[in-house]
Write a protein that binds this ligand. Sequence first.
Ligand SMILES: Nc1ncnc2c1ncn2[C@@H]1O[C@H](COP(=O)(O)OP(=O)(O)OP(=O)(O)O)[C@@H](O)[C@H]1O
Length: 240
Amino acid sequence: MLELEKLSVSYGPVRAVNELSLRVPSAGAVAILGPNGAGKTSTLRAISGLVPHGGAVLLNGRKLSGRSPREIARTGVIQVPEGRRVFGSLSVEENLHVGMVAGRGRERRFSISDVYDLLPALARMRGRAAWALSGGEQQMLAVGRALVASPEVLLLDEPSLGLAPAVADRIYDTFRQLKGSVGLVIVEQMAARALAVVDEVFVLREGETAGAGAATEFADPVRLARLMIGVHEDDAHPAS
Ligand SMILES: Nc1ncnc2c1ncn2[C@@H]1O[C@H](COP(=O)(O)OP(=O)(O)OP(=O)(O)O)[C@@H](O)[C@H]1O
């Protein structure tokens, strides 16, 4: 289980995340939704050790806070950053070999051939330089690279950003297949696809939790949008 206990992130005077608490059960799936600047990426970066934070992050009861990003990756908490960040000059297969490094010393959960089975487009392009892949293919490679690192929890930062709808659907099909074997924390601004995969939702607004509960409670897009932008039901239907 991944636990955030009153996680706070500040950049100088800017409080990006304020005392966020949430739990991701082992192999469970949660979404963190929210508008621009809500603190979603800062939350993932804090979990991965990329920015300092207050409060605590624990994996299976053991504190991750204070450890380096490399040490955290070696515990099995693997981030797929926004914008993919694959190694452009390396081939698809070489990128996957690089990803395996973070999984060393732990039981291998996904081999390169497992990744090719899950994402067949990558198998067809295994020798191609990553810079020559489309945005969607690069996102698949970023997910594949995270999988060969033997994740216990995958942190996915806006995995559908900038992708054509059909390609985003394909990526989300993969998450559906992974559900139940890997913990998933999916950060999105566009909620619909994430809601179809996750069990629980946390809505952030200006660094605060604006709502939390079962994914089914957030199925109404109008209610969700109101929650994200901070319009209360009473404001939306003022008494005449
Ligand atoms: N390096 C930084 N220095 C200063 N302020 C930052 C920095 N990174 C983020 N912020 C601020 O922290 C707040 C939260 O940003 P964050 O990127 O976590 O939000 P987000 O919900 O991921 O937004 P988006 O959906 O636009 O990526 C914003 O007000 C942002 O301007």
